[in-house]
Design a binder for this molecule. Structure first.
Ligand code: ATP
Length: 733
């Protein structure tokens, strides 16, 4: 038969102060020896090397107790080491070695060291490796002395664990425990992640609001840039055109003013200079002519009077003066007065009129004086005189007429000259008015031009402000295409644009976030962190879900295998039990978790949360002894308990046989008949598992293929030696 357990070596372990080795060559090895020689220490050495953590189960309090304590013959050791060698050619253990050496060392300071083929490993690794081969765990495969009925004394839960262990479910339990631990860790991480996200949320929300504002401001800025560019290009076009228009307008007004002014100067010169001096000249010549006319008239009157007298003298040389005054003379006189008066009537010049009046008075005086004059000359003389005087009078009259006509011409000229002066003055006034108008138009144009200058300044200021607020997007405003007929538009439209732009600026300034790059960066970082946490959370939740699945799956597997295994154990148990007891029945039963029944009396309606242990479906042992009415574990005798335990242990190892089984005086309580039955069963068992049986029983020894004796000399050191059956019985005593 293939033996997986090749040897065990103890050095410094308990009573094995010197290095001792047990090499197994037979499926059933028996260790014999007197009380206190160190047999149980060998069983414990197995426990120790397989990773036992309970000091109590190795009859010690601390690690140091396991180390050879020294004797007068051999000083104490500093370490206790046990080494087991497995034949791994069939890959019992899941490592790629054909021989596996598991070693454990404990030092006096309590430090433990585990080695796998000489390499230091963790306890966990050893346990996992062994569990994979159905070795280790609750230790049902090492039945210590007096502990045979441990399975009977165990609680249903412990018992179940032992059975699970025997069924090789420990590995699944480990996996399940590990998954549960991971699940717990995951839950903690989920909580942590959630709380991190919760902590982050207000800050993230705050930043999100800020960023939304910034985005909005950015959008507004973009919109503003479009509006502002259009506004600027329009404004620039308008200003340029307006400036040019006003400039040409001003120039034209300026030339108007110049023109009118020169014309006005001309008119003024005319009204003041030229005309008035001519009038004076004309007046002087008029006065001259009038004086001459007066003279001429006086002379002609004189001639006329003389003529009158001469005519009178002619007509009536003898007549009195009164008679002399001829009718034609009187008529002549009357004609003269009449002419003078009619002249005066026409004359506007008061001085001239006065002259006429004076002249008429003279004429009247002369006429009256003539009446009293001398007597007329003779008629011939008179005739000659009359003719001469008539000629002279005619001449004088003609002279008078020429002068009168000249005077009238002069008067007309003066009149015309005066009128021309008046016209020039009127022109001056009119031109002055026009100049004022042109000047005021020029002033208006200039005022408008200065408005345009102000507009240009405002325009430049607007560009500066725009650049400060929006930046580069405004710098190229002049590249914006100018809409068609832009300058023909109603100016109020542009004003509307300007107001809208102002409103935008205010809004943007009110958002008060500057360009917000910092905030956006922080928001992005925080968001990334939050997204990372969200992903992490999703991953964690996913892994929690998959761990739940794994656990559920493991539980199902454990449950199924457990139930299935239990059936087989019960079949084997029945067989062993009936063999040992010659009948009767024993079985392991699943005990459903106890439910807390509501206590009706105290009226407490709340369910009591059951303890974890109580939730667990444990295992109870049901025993019916043959020919005995009473049943149950409590009523069994010591021997009966031992037999039941043996039946249980053996049946358990039948279903999923462990590679080896160590039984330390499990048969101690058996009588001779039962010892024989026990030995039979050992043989049966030995076909499936390697057995190491510590015994004082000859029947058991006889079942073993090899025997080892343990002795202890005066030095207190246990020694191992291979013995024959006959020797063994002696040694055992
Ligand atoms: P029995 O047949 O009575 O059950 P046994 O052969 O199983 O006896 P063990 O119990 O294995 O005997 O050995 C006990 C012996 O080991 C005792 O004599 C004890 O003094 C000795 N011993 C235990 N621990 C140490 C130690 N650390 N150093 C030295 N000796 C020790």
């Amino acid at each position: 038969m293939f033996l997986s357990l090749k040897s065990i070596e103890l050095s410094g372990f308990k009573s094995f102060g010197k290095k001792s080795e047990l090499v197994f060559t037979s499926p059933i090895a028996s260790i014999v020896g007197p009380n206190g020689s160190g047999k149980s220490n060998v069983a414990e050495a197995f426990r120790f090397v397989l990773g036992e953590q309970s000091m109590k189960s190795m009859r010690s309090k601390k690690g140091e107790d396991l180390i050879w304590g020294g004797s007068p013959g051999l000083p104490r050791a500093n370490r206790a080491g046990v080494k087991v060698v497995f034949d791994n050619s069939k890959r019992l253990l899941d490592v790629d070695f054909s021989e596996v050496v598991v070693e454990r060392v404990v030092y006096r300071d309590g430090q433990n060291e585990y080695l796998l083929n000489g390499t230091v490993v963790r306890l966990k690794d050893v346990i996992r490796l062994l569990a994979g081969a159905n070795i280790g765990g609750s230790g049902y495969q090492i039945i210590s002395q007096g502990e045979a009925d441990r399975i009977l004394n165990a609680s249903p839960k412990e018992r179940r664990e032992m059975v699970e262990d025997a069924l090789g479910l420990k590995l699944y339990q480990h996996k399940k425990a590990e998954s549960e631990r991971k699940l717990e860790e995951t839950a903690v991480n989920i909580d942590k992640t959630k709380s991190l996200r919760r902590e982050l949320a207000p800050h993230l929300n705050f930043l999100r609001v800020q960023v939304e504002k910034i985005e909005k401001a950015r959008e507004m800025k973009e919109e503003l840039a479009i509006k502002l560019n259009e506004y600027l290009v329009r404004e620039h076009a308008w200003i340029s055109e307006e400036d040019a228009r006003l400039l040409s307008e001003a120039r034209s007004h300026e030339s108007d003013v110049k023109d009118l002014t020169s014309r006005m100067h001309e008119a003024r010169a005319k009204s003041k200079g030229g005309e008035s001096s001519r009038i004076t000249d004309l007046q002087l010549s008029l006065n001259d002519k009038e004086a001459k006319l007066g003279e001429a008239r006086r002379e002609s009157e004189k001639v006329s009077r003389e003529l009158g007298r001469a005519e009178g003298a002619l007509e009536v040389n003898t007549v009195t003066v009164e008679q002399i005054v001829a009718v034609p003379h009187v008529r002549q006189f009357a004609r003269e007065v009449d002419t003078a008066l009619s002249d005066a009537e026409k004359n506007e010049d008061i001085v001239a009129v006065r002259g006429v009046i004076l002249h008429i008075r003279d004429r009247i005086k002369n006429f009256v004086e003539g009446l009293t004059g001398a007597a007329p000359v003779t008629n011939q003389e008179a005739k000659t005189l009359v003719n001469e005087l008539t000629l002279s009078l005619d001449k004088k009259r003609k002279e008078e007429e020429v002068l009168a006509s000249e005077i009238s011409h002069l008067r007309k000229e003066i009149q015309l000259a005066r009128e021309a002066g008046f016209a020039a003055e009127r022109d001056v006034v009119e031109l002055e008015g026009k100049i004022r108008e042109a000047q005021s138009r020029l002033n208006a144009a200039n005022a408008n031009r200065s408005n345009v200058v102000a507009l240009r300044q405002r325009f430049e200021e607007e560009i500066r402000e725009g650049v400060a607020l929006i930046g580069m997007a405004i710098r190229d405003w002049d590249k914006t295409p100018l809409p068609v007929n832009a300058t023909a538009e109603d100016r109020r439209e542009q004003e509307k644009r300007r107001r809208e732009i102002e409103r935008f600026k205010i809004k943007i300034e009110e958002s008060g976030l500057g360009n917000g790059d910092e905030v956006v960066r922080e928001f992005n970082q925080t968001k990334e962190r939050d997204e990372f946490l969200t992903r992490e959370l999703a991953d964690l939740e996913k892994s929690a879900a998959s761990l739940h699945d794994i656990i559920a799956e493991l539980e199902r597997t454990i449950d199924e295998r457990f139930k299935e295994g239990l059936k087989h154990i019960n079949v084997a148990l029945k067989g062993f039990f009936q063999k040992l007891f010659n009948g009767g029945e024993a079985s392991l039963k699943i005990e459903e978790p106890k439910r807390h029944v509501r206590d009706e009396d105290d009226g407490d309606m709340e369910d009591v949360v059951p303890e974890e242990e109580e939730l667990y479906a444990g295992l109870t042992v049901s025993v019916h002894l043959p020919r005995k009415k009473v049943h149950g574990l409590e009523v069994l005798s010591g021997g009966e308990r031992a037999l039941t335990s043996i039946a249980l242990i053996f049946s358990m190892s039948q279903v999923n046989p462990p590679p080896f089984l160590i039984l330390d005086e499990t048969d101690a309580a058996l009588d001779e008949a039962n010892s024989k039955r026990y030995a039979d069963m050992i043989r049966e068992l030995g076909e499936k598992s390697q057995l190491i049986v510590i015994t004082h029983n000859r029947a058991t020894m006889a079942a073993a293929g090899e025997l080892y004796g343990v002795t202890m000399g005066q030095d207190g050191v246990s020694k191992l030696l291979s013995v024959k059956l006959e020797e063994a019985t002696k040694v055992a005593k």
